[in-house]
Design a binder for this molecule. Sequence first.
Ligand SMILES: Nc1ncnc2c1ncn2[C@@H]1O[C@H](COP(=O)(O)OP(=O)(O)OP(=O)(O)O)[C@@H](O)[C@H]1O
Ligand SMILES: [Mg+2]
Ligand SMILES: [Zn+2]
Length: 269
Amino acid sequence: MKSISSLQNAQGNTQKKVCSKCGEEIALRRGEHNGITFAYFCRCDYEERMRAFTEREEAEKKQRVEELFKDARIGRRYHSCTLDSFKQELNPEAYRAVLRYVQDIERNVEKGIGLVLCGPVGTGKTHLAVAVLKEAIGAGYSGLFQTAPELMYRWNATYSSSGTTEEEFFRTLRDVRFLVIDDLGKGKWSERVAERLYAVINARYNELNPTVITTNLVGQDLRKYVGDAIADRLYDSCLFIEFKGKSFRVARLKGENGNEAGSAPTGKD
Ligand SMILES: Nc1ncnc2c1ncn2[C@@H]1O[C@H](COP(=O)(O)OP(=O)(O)OP(=O)(O)O)[C@@H](O)[C@H]1O
Ligand SMILES: [Mg+2]
Ligand SMILES: [Zn+2]
């Protein structure tokens, strides 16, 4: 970056000064980024300043996400959930579909492609949603895990607390690159909830930010629950993966699936 004095020298001198790095003439130019006007002197200086903007914005975004969700991340029970710790023989098709998604995680995130993991209780939907979220975070994307009821609870809290405003909360849900909404369909469905969920899903859809949803609702039941507008956006932007089989929790209690009761790495549910 050039100092002001070297700029003045450059301007006061009849001989043009040229940047030794990019070869462009050193002159005072004006740039604009997100409403901020700034001065730069040549192309490489411009690029350096833009890089600094991006770095600062990423750091601010990360801090915002961390501040808002310090106590609402992946639950401890699911900390050890990975693709490797998933017994694929219990749900081979779902496992393979999720694996394919993860193998191409960057392309999928860039295209805004998410997942809807649906099926009966205890079949590993949350386990694999967490595994995918960890992969996305590992690939450098910001990520958040929220259960649907918790999300609505936190949203309500923005009205009564003086901390986070509703708009800040919405922006976080919109802007986080990778969002998991766990257990959609279990909470009470009011008009207000419907409006908020639509706002989040639609904004993320528009921004090409992928959303992963886990739900017990399949097919028409899901469409009926979330309504046509949300369902259409999900069908357009997500891969639907159906989980089958019986509850791993029950099997674990009975000591099936090669586990002693309560001995699975993630503990008993
Ligand atoms: N195929 C599997 N291999 C290893 N562990 C599994 C498998 N399926 C489920 N589990 C474990 O069983 C427990 C229940 O799974 P999970 O919470 O992912 O089910 P779910 O489909 O999300 O159920 P629900 O619909 O009730 O939320 C978790 O501890 C999870 O790690
Ligand atoms: Mg679950
Ligand atoms: Zn230059």
